[in-house]
Write a protein that binds this ligand. Structure first.
Ligand SMILES: Cc1cc2nc3c(=O)[nH]c(=O)nc-3n(C[C@H](O)[C@H](O)[C@H](O)COP(=O)(O)OP(=O)(O)OC[C@H]3O[C@@H](n4cnc5c(N)ncnc54)[C@H](O)[C@@H]3O)c2cc1C
Length: 400
């Protein structure tokens, strides 16, 4: 069969792009090497709870067009992300706001909080300048940067251990640019995000992606309807006929299908056989536990553990994303991990070295106008879901 597009990856980017193409009358084949669609936003219903299998996902955006678009494929609840941080036996609200400051210092007013932060930050700047024998402060690492922005208490209790676990290195060895600002709110407001719209799709993200792929409730994979065919457990590298590392045009699959164009949402460096070098990522390990005899494990969807000695960064209790009231609960501990070939590449490391390499890959990619690269792996960008939708809609528009 002949298709206008082969879409590699049934994650959010691939699904939005495939949807837009299909409704515009193009024939699209979507493949994914995983057993399921939805990529990293995949949710699986277990014990009546939608479990975020690849980490907690909260949809938030200020882009009204993207919000309206998402709402045509899911009904969102009114979930507001309000994480809690645990440091030793102390609990603090996040993001840093008057609830955090009041708990930390026993104060009530914004002026009191600002005065304490300024006093502590000034003291650290003075100490660092003295140690370096200079009058002008310029942070040499993340530790100095955070101390100069927030002072010792916030840094020690809420920034240091968490950041060191995330990056697998001491804050004094991390570059200062990782933390440009430490957002602080001088009002009593625990809403983590500043965006206008926020929520969780009721019934899970997987259902939202299935709808994008034109699947009705209960449709099974592989799936064909109208202009879309979806196949899972199909790896692009086994599926497409190659000439060296690159698919030969006209693009053809091993089973005789042919394609005018390809949208690739996997890793761009892998696509080109790593010929210019390997892009780096941070990975994660998830440990999920079903607790049928516990109805409410931690009283909040997201609890961060800010001590370095506790090896995980956070525990997610999935039922609270959808205000679940049923029996039992499911929790996931999230462990940051170094990435090596074969691990799941969760976070692109957008530092200067990797961005430069990615730039070289985009130059190489421009030699293949019939192959598009999209999504967090194809475009090597830390994209939130709303940015993925925006980028996929824009790419679809440009190619219609
Ligand atoms: C832990 C974590 C938490 C996050 N939390 C949030 C949040 O709260 N809010 C938010 O907005 N965003 C969040 N994000 C970001 C969000 O996950 C991404 O924006 C989104 O999933 C990216 O979609 P994508 O389609 O680009 O990539 P993916 O979801 O990774 O999809 C790519 C797909 O391509 C497939 N693929 C790759 N290579 C091949 C191949 N060779 N053959 C066939 N298929 C292939 C993969 O199997 C995958 O299914 C979070 C990300 C992580 C890692």
């Amino acid at each position: 069969m002949h298709y206008d597009y082969l879409v590699v990856g049934a994650g959010l980017f691939g699904a939005v792009f495939a949807h837009e193409m299909a409704v515009a009358g193009k024939n699209v084949l979507v493949i994914d090497k995983r057993k399921h669609v939805a990529g990293n936003i995949y949710t699986e219903n277990r014990m009546g709870i939608n479990v975020h299998e690849y980490g907690a996902h909260i949809f938030h955006t200020s882009d009204k067009e993207v919000w309206d678009y998402a709402c045509t494929f899911a009904e969102f609840n009114n979930y507001i992300n309000s994480p809690v941080a645990v440091y030793k036996d102390e609990l603090y609200n996040l993001p840093f706001n008057m609830n955090t400051f009041s708990k930390m210092w026993g104060i009530r007013t914004p002026d009191e909080a600002k005065a304490i932060i300024k006093e502590q930050a000034d003291k650290e700047i003075e100490r660092i300048c003295k140690e370096k024998n200079t009058d002008s402060f310029s942070p040499d690492n993340l530790e100095e940067q955070a101390l100069s922005l927030a002072g010792r208490d916030i840094y020690e209790k809420l920034v240091k251990g968490y950041t060191e676990k995330q990056w697998g290195r001491d804050c004094s060895e991390l570059p200062s640019f990782i933390i440009k600002r430490l957002p602080m709110r001088f009002i009593y407001d625990n809403n983590y995000f500043n965006d206008r719209y926020q929520g969780i799709p009721m019934g899970g993200y997987t259902r939202m992606v299935e709808k994008l792929l034109l699947m009705a409730d209960g449709d099974e994979l592989p799936f064909v309807k109208g202009n879309i065919k979806v196949m899972t457990e199909v790896d692009y590298y086994d599926f497409i006929k190659m000439s060296g590392n690159i698919p030969a045009e006209p693009f053809e699959s091993v089973n005789g299908d042919s394609f005018d164009k390809i949208l690739f949402t996997g890793m761009i460096d892998e696509f080109f056989g790593y010929k210019l070098g390997t892009l780096e990522y941070r990975s994660l390990r998830f440990e999920t536990e079903e607790l049928p005899d516990v109805d409410n494990f931690q009283g909040n969807a997201v609890v961060n553990y800010t001590e370095r000695d506790i090896p995980y960064t956070r525990i997610i209790e999935h039922k609270h994303f959808e205000y679940g009231q049923g029996k039992g609960t499911i929790i996931t501990r999230e462990y940051p991990a170094n990435w090596k070939h074969g691990d799941e590449p969760y976070y692109p490391m957008n530092d200067e070295k990797n961005n430069k390499l990615y730039q070289q890959y985009t130059e190489l990619a421009s030699e293949f106008p019939n192959i598009l690269f999209g999504g967090r792996l194809g475009q090597y960008k830390y994209y939130n879901m709303d940015q993925v939708i925006r980028a996929a809609l824009d790419m679809a528009k440009e190619n219609l």
